[in-house]
Design a protein around this ligand. Sequence first.
Ligand code: V47
Ligand code: SF4
Length: 380
Amino acid sequence: MDSLDFEKSKNILKKILSHDKFLSLIAEKIEDNERITVDEGLQLYECKNLSALSLLANKKRKQINGNFVFFNKNFHIEPTNICVYNCRFCSYRRTVKDTDSWDYSIAEMLKICKNHSGKNISEVHIVGGVHPNHDLNFYCTLIAEIKKILPNVHIKAFTAVELDYMINKANLTLEEGLLKLKNVGLNSIPGGGAEIFDKEIRTQICYQKSDSNTWLKIHKTAHKIGITSNASILFGHIETYRHRINHLDMLRNLQDETKGFNAFIPLKYKNLNNAISKIGEVNDIEVLKNFAVSRIFLDNIKHIKSYWPMLGKNLAAFALHFGADDMDGTIDDTTKIYSMAGAEEKNPAMTTAEMVKFIKELGFTPVERDSVYNKLNVFE
Ligand code: V47
Ligand code: SF4
């Protein structure tokens, strides 16, 4: 069933939108493949008509990705939760003295990789804290050794914040540091560390770490030397819609310039056990609205991730009807960054068969992809 097919429901949509000049205009712009402005994006955030947002975002999703929903076969390594920074939204970072901190040796991480060899995995995702004692050489060795064990696996590793710290410490320029990592086998960069680009909000939630210009510069430099990346937003804390749309605008502008972003990941702030827990979490409607606006506004970033370990399977399913076209991966258990912040999935893992069934039941065509969205397997 294709219940939200824009073409089939054009008349319903026209009816819904005929009373609303603004939504009709957005529908026309989408129909004509025309970009919406920052002010229109802001107005969309303020829109309370959730069914219209779903239909509009679906139209855009279909225009860009047809009826396909992507996933990959991946696993996560989180090298350490010891971090020199102390972002106020983070439930995960610890100091060396904390008994629940961890800091894997290279040998331990390679053991995780060996356990995944022969399983037809196409990606390893590596994100962790910014450890004071690990340097660029440590991470270059890690990447090079992983490539020996899993030569055909794509390595997506280190947020711009981790990269900024290790490259600075090595006294190299961003380009030199990134080239060093690329030469040992780094393939792409994950989307984390972006949080919110607005200076005042960033100061309030994570003033110590890399600023927005640095984040953007790292991704721009990576794109220049042929390392593609993802982008993200951390939303649902103290930011306003204006901050969100400005964030999306900065990403859209950079993408116009470099075309290096593969996917955008809206990360909902989770509030368990962190310094700003008392502000609570936004509701599911807000999450879906954020997916819809992101899809409609970011016309030049092809994929929007419904990151199921954080959202939980139910909300991730809804997000696919609000513009998202990618479920991320089968994951295979080891991610703690969200479970420690209160995410629905405590030990996230789905088999390929479960993922395919999940996507099919929602009326989409599942596609197993590689990390840069080449189609490996279409499950018609
Ligand atoms: O930058 C930290 C986020 C990010 C919380 O590229 C939180 O495919 C919610 O890089 N509530 C790191 N979010 C994760 C990351 C990532 C995740 C998924 C996919 C990809 C990809 C990359 O995790 C951080 C921060 O924005 N985060 N704490 C929290 N309490
Ligand atoms: Fe460290 Fe990342 Fe947590 Fe910030 S979000 S404290 S950089 S682990």
